[in-house]
Design a protein around this ligand. Structure first.
Ligand code: ARG
Length: 474
């Protein structure tokens, strides 16, 4: 029996209808939010005089029992339970009889499911933001630990200029920092209670949407009942934030894949964070990094899928909206797993600083320093570029060391040869935000405050103190 059988004939819904339309297999995870939503709703009904204090008690007791059954896995789902909302209401009515049958007064599954999903998103986006900060913290700690170690910086995946390893690690850190900002901003925007919007138009009964919003810990209530039940922009925003975070993790993953090749040899994974081959005994594979790269595809798919679902829908609720949940749940799960796995990998892997530095210490990596020296002596940069480019070309064509040609050049000479020595070029990146030790020291200080500020923001958002220090919680 469904909850909406009243208007229908005796035969009950077709098995195919139920099989196709049920959402219970995936919306079960909204149970804690649905229970919270029902408690706040009945307390509002009691304030409005629709339930007596005794009736309120009876329903709250039944909800408590349902919670115990769900948590203890003893809750028995019935064939007609289309979704978690119907299942809980059915059980409350079984337990509390006619009083239980008052639970759904003034409420629709339309405002209920929107409320549940906002509660879920508030909690999960905050939890993910905390994990983003953990990965940022790991990158920061590794950046501190590697000091002045440097490696080639790349453009077009061709060696370009040496950069500090700390600088490279923090480049990923700042990107993740913006991901965290986005998650918190989305969370603030979705912090609105839809409960009291009813099916689409509100109610004739004395509901208390404002009080219910406060009870549920929302920052406020909906302004428009149609908008409250019809829009899933908050899900789309969350999916965008997670897709972009996934893209950032994918790019980090791609570098881990490259760096762990024998060709690069910049990074060695801890055994616990690498996989073997079923056939080739010598293999050590970076599967976590590859999946961080691979799974970003489905995160982007979830975003485009939901936007496509939403784009043609007339106001207000349409069953199409049920398609909001699986992508959100999957994105939350996958990003959470990726953050933890990459965090462990980054915390435990070993950098091969000698290989990195050797790769960065090719004389050509200091080419721009030669040009900049000519510029300091008054030569226009375009001319300096041509001079140094010519020397590099000569050196390659005639197999003469660049240093010899530099020494022999009238505008360069012995002082310029010093620029080609190992480790010199990276020290010359002195401008603010640049890749050398001077600005990177400043940057590390700023990143430390950035982590502290984020910690405070997360504290405020969760309403409970989380660790204010920058240490990993593992
Ligand atoms: N399972 C539904 C969903 O996720 C709940 C809302 C059903 N509302 C309705 N009018 N059939 O959207």
């Amino acid at each position: 029996m469904t909850l909406w059988h009243g208007r229908f004939g005796d035969g009950g819904p077709a098995a195919e209808l139920l099989a196709y339309t049920v959402s219970l297999p995936f919306d079960r995870r909204l149970a804690p939010d649905d229970l919270a939503c029902s408690r706040a709703h009945v307390r509002g009904l009691e304030r409005g005089g629709i339930l007596t204090p005794d009736e309120l008690d009876v329903i709250l007791t039944a909800l408590g029992q349902v919670q115990q059954e769900l948590e203890g896995d003893s809750f028995v789902f019935a064939p007609g339970d289309e979704d978690i909302h119907t299942a809980i209401e059915r059980r409350v009515t079984e337990l509390a009889g006619p009083t239980g049958a008052k639970l759904h007064t003034g409420r629709s599954r339309n405002d209920q499911v929107a409320t549940d999903l906002r509660l879920y998103a508030k909690r999960e986006l905050l939890a993910l933001a905390e994990r983003v900060r953990e990965l940022e913290t790991t990158l920061f700690e590794r950046a501190l630990e590697v000091g002045d170690a440097y490696l080639p910086g790349y453009t077009h995946l061709q060696r370009a200029q040496p950069v500090l390893l700390a600088h490279h690690l923090l480049a990923h850190g700042w990107a993740l920092g913006r991901d965290l900002d986005r998650l918190l901003a989305t969370r603030e925007r979705l912090d609105v209670s839809p409960l009291g919007a009813g099916a689409l138009a509100g109610s004739s009964l004395p509901l208390d949407p404002d009080g219910v919003a406060v009870d549920l810990g929302f920052a406020g209530r909906f302004e428009n009942s149609l908008d409250a039940v019809a829009d899933r922009d908050f899900v789309a925003e969350a999916l965008f934030d997670l897709a972009l975070l996934g893209v950032h993790l994918s790019r980090l993953g791609e570098e881990i894949v490259l760096w762990t090749t024998e060709e690069f040899g910049f990074l060695h994974l801890a055994d616990a964070y690498a996989t073997g081959s079923s056939m080739l005994p010598q293999k050590k594979n970076p599967d976590i990094a590859e999946l961080a790269r691979g799974k970003s595809g489905r995160l982007i798919g979830h975003l485009t899928g939901l936007l496509t679902t939403l784009k043609g829908l007339p106001l207000s609720y349409n069953r199409d909206l049920q398609e909001d949940k699986e992508p959100l749940f999957d994105a939350v799960d996958q990003v959470g797993l990726a953050l933890s796995a990459l965090n462990g990998l980054m915390a435990t892997s070993r950098f091969d600083i000698d290989r990195m530095q050797a790769a960065a210490d090719t004389p050509a990596a200091a080419a721009v320093d030669l040009a900049e020296m000519l510029v300091s002596n008054g030569m226009p940069f375009r001319d300096a570029h041509t001079v140094v480019g010519g020397l590099v070309r000569d050196s390659l064509a005639r197999h003469v060391p660049l240093a010899e040609l530099v020494e022999a050049h009238p505008a360069l000479g012995a002082p310029a040869v010093e620029l080609l020595a190992p480790g010199v070029a990276v020290h010359r990146r002195t401008t603010p935000g640049g890749a050398g030790p001077g600005p990177v020291t400043v940057q590390l200080g700023r990143f430390r405050s950035h982590l502290a500020t984020q910690g405070e923001r997360l504290n405020r958002a969760s309403g409970a103190p989380v660790s204010g220090k920058t240490h990993r919680s593992r």
